[in-house]
Design a protein around this ligand. Structure first.
Ligand SMILES: Cc1cc2nc3c(=O)[nH]c(=O)nc-3n(C[C@H](O)[C@H](O)[C@H](O)COP(=O)(O)OP(=O)(O)OC[C@H]3O[C@@H](n4cnc5c(N)ncnc54)[C@H](O)[C@@H]3O)c2cc1C
Length: 199
């Protein structure tokens, strides 16, 4: 399966990515780990003219303790979340969900921002971030805004992300409920996507 031809641009900062997104218009898409977008393009369900690769932007990859919340860069991989001591102490449900995503190749490339922007309700993180009462941080030409996760998912593959906005951070409250959370799933045997995920 071969996707339609497309232009490829590599951004080295969030600011540059936003600017490229704005210049590119409607048929331009962000590429992070590529583990949802590329298969969709191969099936020709998506045919973007231009991809802006944000996978090499260091400022999107971090896990920091901010006291009241954990700040996780949108470009942080599932593997980095799964193997973080901070996440396993403060939000074990998130760490356990990350560790059960697909296989090791998917976890090494796929990002939390990619999953939440793709907004496939079948994925592991959406249910978890809703249960943990996360906040989504986005940046666009108008600056930064924060979206409570309860307002973020607006439908199947639909979110409150604006056209020229990039998700930059996911904030997970570090309260005692989240510190005592746990994630279990009943996986589909071939894809490992959950049939049911319970916090
Ligand atoms: C074989 C296989 C098995 C899998 N199994 C599971 C599973 O068990 N559970 C599960 O939850 N997932 C699973 N996945 C999906 C995987 O987790 C993907 O990594 C994830 O869905 C997308 O993340 P990505 O970084 O690859 O995003 P991409 O594919 O690069 O992008 C996905 C979408 O998000 C947009 N996007 C990405 N980052 C941003 C950003 N920062 N701001 C704005 N828009 C952005 C892109 O434009 C695109 O529309 C599987 C995938 C594969 C290929």
């Amino acid at each position: 399966m071969i996707p339609e031809s497309f232009n490829y641009q590599r951004a080295s900062s969030v600011r540059e990515a936003i600017s490229l997104l704005q210049q590119g218009g409607e048929e331009t898409k962000i590429l992070a780990g590529g583990h949802s977008l590329i298969p969709t393009m191969k099936l020709r369900l998506a045919t973007p003219e231009t991809l802006i690769d944000i996978g090499g932007i260091p400022e999107l990859k971090y896990i920091n303790d901010k006291g009241d919340y954990l700040a996780i860069g949108a470009g942080t991989t599932h593997w980095a979340i799964e193997s973080s001591d901070l996440v396993s102490q403060k939000a074990p449900a998130l760490s356990q969900a990350a560790g059960q995503i697909g296989d090791v190749q998917v976890r090494n490339r796929g990002t939390i921002g990619g999953v939440l922007a793709h907004s496939d309700p079948q994925a592991d993180y959406p249910g978890v971030v809703l249960a943990l009462d996360a906040t989504i941080v986005v940046q666009g030409t108008g600056g930064e805004r924060t979206i409570p996760v309860s307002d973020y998912f607006t439908g199947l593959w639909e979110t409150a992300l604006g056209e020229n906005e990039i998700m930059t951070e996911i904030r997970i409250p570090t309260d005692s409920a989240n510190a005592n959370s746990c994630y279990l799933k009943f996986p589909q045997p071939a894809s490992r996507y959950p049939y049911v995920g319970v916090r």
